[in-house]
Design a protein around this ligand. Sequence first.
Ligand code: ATR
Length: 273
Amino acid sequence: TKKAFVIGHPIAHSRSPLIHGTWLDQHGIDGSYEAIDVRPEALPAFFGRLRNGEFAGGNVTIPHKEAVFALCDEVDPLARTIGAVNTLVASEGRIWGTNTDYLGFLGNLDAGAPGWDKDLGSVILLGAGGATRALLVALKSRNVGHVHIVNRSRDKAEALVREIEGPFSAHGLDAFAELAPSAGLVVNATSIGMHGSRFEGFDLGLLPETALVTDIVYVPLVTPLLADAAARGLRTVDGLGMLLHQAVPGFAAWFGVTPEVTPQLRARIEATL
Ligand code: ATR
């Protein structure tokens, strides 16, 4: 039996066991995927179990994505740029780390808004926290036009622009009105929608009517930003697909089958939100 896991603290609310469990059943694989609560101080001991061959690998979530980075024997270059690891693969006592969040983001948009990256115009990326780094790497990999990082604290956006090379610039929240008319994509990478709030003073009516709006938060599934965008007649893609698509490469690496993100899988996870 091949075993995989997701580690985090807390971990009880993770949907990953249901996602991977669905795929294991579907493909009739003799494997397991369990959620394990690991406190930060227990991470090194957990890595000991991993090196001993107990697991084929697993996922890493909050608050361990940065700490795990330092414990891996090898980290792929994109995960290095992102500065965080969300997927581990164990092989012969060595641990390899990667970050599939950027693939999840791209897979979600590709499925939800095919052709989204063609003639896009500029991008407004809201937020400059941990999630933003993976999105910058993702957007750069598709050669989209200029990415404007818009954040409450402008200095955090500026630090990202200095750190990650690409066609990126940094702004405060007040820049939204000026940037909106030429933006083809608005991505919310902040946690603001989780608390049912929105960016006050953002007039989505200033966006082109072809603009696409997406949020990486999936609880609630329809964040205030997505609701406002839909009410304006703009296209929207919610964040649930990012969770589903980021899970694909890990499953393939541990269990040897590339699984599919189907409407049935989505419905099954959506029913638990
Ligand atoms: P992480 O690094 O784990 O992704 P974070 O550091 O809390 O999370 O960052 C979350 C992002 O949401 C940040 O860009 C934060 O803005 P600041 O850098 O100015 O703190 C943004 N954010 C969270 N709550 C917000 C709010 N109520 N209004 C505006 N921005 C908010």
